[in-house]
Write a protein that binds this ligand. Sequence first.
Ligand code: HEC
Length: 272
Amino acid sequence: MTMTHNNPQLAKLTLLGVGLALGLATLAGCRGEREDAPPRQFFPDLDDAPKWKPQDHSEFFADGRTMRLPPTGTVPFGTQGFRSEEPWAKKFDKQADDLLKADPAFYQGKAADGTYLAKAPIAFTKEDLLRGQERFNIYCAACHNYNGDGQGTVGVMWSYPVPNFHDDIYVDPKNEKSRDGYLFHIARDGVWSPDGAQNKMPAYAHAIGYDDAWRIIAYIRVLQSTRRGTLEDVPADKRDEMKKLMDQKAAASAAAAPAATPAPAPATGGAK
Ligand code: HEC
């Protein structure tokens, strides 16, 4: 028989006292005194377990990388899409489509037989074209110029000549390079020399999504049509208006012609 049984009050007090003493001792141990011995670990758990930090070198894996890549084609669990008609689910369906990339037309610009599509697989609204213009001006104009002639500020100093989108090769349907699907592929994947050693144009897939890449291509077509369009391309009810503008412009440039001095040639190549 112990005292605690006889006097529960006292037992509680004793316990409290011991607890306080232990607590104070622990606190005292935490005062920042220098100590060369390794710290005492009462519950070491996984403190010293071997671990690898992200981006660290690994001797374990043959490629020397600590971080592992998911197997090709992996789709995170739960993102296969709800395939619901509810408006709120549309966003998730889109995410799932973008991960699965099941549609070669939209995701690669290719037909089922692997050839590039002549025309984009989606229709464009005016808003799409404006968005395409905005994205083009941000990502492409530095080299390809705002009008697409390849004389952008960076383009004229770039290590490889930047093509002119108004050239026949990008319009003539006999040429693969005239195909929407091909341009879409270049916008996202860039241009490499055939041996893969030189990256002549950077890839922009990291910056422009699938929808935006298509919108950019649609806008390149707009740029091309500014130099190739005829009055017949203008909607019938706007033709008179357009004709008036064209006549005005022709008259103005005719009037200005005698006084005009030749514009300085654009700077090309090499300048640093
Ligand atoms: C840093 C400069 C640079 C930027 C920015 C750039 N390009 Fe290019 N682009 C080039 C060069 C250089 C070439 C020519 C590559 C070659 O030698 O075939 C080219 C070629 C192309 C071609 C023609 C490919 C061919 O096979 O003829 C297309 C289409 C194109 N670019 C689209 C784009 C689009 C769309 C963007 C914006 C998303 C873009 N480029 C941004 C430099 C650039």
